[in-house]
Every structure is written in C-alpha cells, then in structure tokens.
Design a protein around this ligand. Structure first.
Ligand SMILES: [Zn+2]
Length: 74
C-alpha cells in the first residue's frame, strides 16, 4: 500500500508512507492527500474522469510507483 500525495507547490504527485504535512511558507496550505493504492492502475482508476483522463500521463504515474518500490520494502 502506497500513500499518494499531490505536491502543493508544483502539482506533481509523490509517494511517502511516512509523510508529515509541511505547511507552505507562502500561503499556509499543505500537500493534498490523494489516497492509498497498491499500484498505479488503482491510482489511475481513482483519478480518471468519465472519459478516462487522469490529468497525468500514464508513464508518469507508473514511474512514481516504480520509484517507491525501489526505495521501500513494504
Ligand atoms: Zn502555497
């Protein structure tokens, strides 16, 4: 299970299972929690609108999970 967040400042996604919210020094917002997923296909299902568009390209989303798998043992 991977915890996915949206970076408040650049809109990118990242996985961090030990995430502690960091408040933005500019506006006080925090990164947005997207959800917990086992793999990028689940994330795509979660993000997709009725046309199947997630707002991100599939390779990008897959890459986030590959990075997380390389860094952690869960
Ligand atoms: Zn901000």
């Amino acid at each position: 299970m991977y915890s996915v967040y949206e970076n408040h400042e650049n809109g990118g996604l990242f996985i961090d299972n030990n995430y502690e919210p960091k408040t933005c020094s500019q506006c006080g917002d925090i990164d947005r929690f997207i959800g917990n997923f086992d793999n990028y296909k689940q994330l795509i299902e979660h993000l997709a609108d009725e046309d199947g568009w997630t707002g991100y390209n599939e390779e990008y989303l897959e890459g986030i999970f590959e990075d997380a798998e390389n860094e952690t043992t869960i």
